[in-house]
Design a protein around this ligand. Structure first.
Ligand SMILES: Nc1ncnc2c1ncn2[C@@H]1O[C@H](COP(=O)(O)OP(=O)(O)OP(=O)(O)O)[C@@H](O)[C@H]1O
Length: 235
């Protein structure tokens, strides 16, 4: 679960988020949308403890992040898998080694690593590519490696920041289906995206940000066509 309770984030004199209140219960799925600079990445960074709120409280899996010191950050990171737009894969390592990285960081060694990595690659349909270099893979395949890495230690929460940003509509739909599959087995999923046309095709909850404020929380199919994010594709 994720809960924001009167959360504000200010960078210097810039208000990135203001008085944000929402909750994703365990097993919920939502898209996070809004214009460039609306505060999507900042919101995700607060969940990952890359940033701290200026005011208010963020809860992840019922833990109040304000109460956790920096030494607890790895504990939260193990509970929150993250998928980035540009994959952030290591091109000098194999697919297997990229996916295994969070397990190594968590101190896991031996056979369990192989078992977990292969289970994860199997879920994203890339079991046959474990020895390949990510460089030899297509954009969609690279994104699936990024997803396998995000879920390899079975986090209860999965975040994604523009995970389909560089992909064509067909591949984007495939990637979204993977997120739905993880959600169906109980993972809480929050996906930041500009891609209103893609999320219009799915009747899922949408959190809409504008200028750091939550201006919409509901099913997009119920919304007037100008909301939320006003179809902006900038940024
Ligand atoms: N490290 C920072 N220092 C100063 N200002 C920042 C910082 N990070 C973000 N901001 C500002 O906070 C606001 C929200 O930015 P954020 O990156 O969260 O928006 P976003 O919705 O993710 O945008 P995009 O879709 O372009 O990635 C913007 O005005 C941005 O300029």
């Amino acid at each position: 679960m994720i809960r924001f309770d009167h959360v504000a984030k200010r960078y210097g004199s810039q208000d990135a988020l203001q008085n944000l209140n929402f909750e994703l219960a365990s097993g919920d799925f939502a898209f996070l949308t809004g214009h460039s600079g609306a505060g999507k990445s900042t919101l995700l960074k607060l969940v990952m403890m890359i940033e701290r709120p200026t005011r208010g409280q963020v809860f992840v899996q019922n833990q109040n992040l304000n109460r956790l010191g920096n030494r607890h950050i790895p504990l939260i990171r193990r509970q929150v898998g993250v998928v980035f737009q540009n994959h952030q894969l290591l091109f000098d390592r194999s697919v297997f080694e990229n996916v295994a990285l969070p397990l190594y960081i968590a101190g896991m060694r031996g056979r369990e690593v192989g078992r977990r990595v292969r289970a994860s690659l199997d879920k994203v349909g890339l079991l046959a590519k474990e020895k390949s270099s990510p460089m030899t893979l297509s954009g969609g395949e690279q994104q699936r490696v990024g997803i396998a890495r995000a879920v390899v230690n079975k986090p209860p929460v999965l975040l994604a920041d523009e995970p389909t940003g560089n992909l064509d509509p067909e591949l984007s739909a495939e990637i979204m289906n993977l997120f739905f599959e993880f959600n169906q087995v109980g993972v809480t999923v929050l996906i930041a995206t500009h891609d209103i046309s893609l999320i219009r095709t799915m009747s899922m909850r949408v959190l809409g940000l504008a200028d750091g404020q939550l201006v919409y929380d509901g099913l997009l199919e119920d919304a007037p066509r100008s909301k939320p994010g006003s179809e902006q594709t900038d940024g």
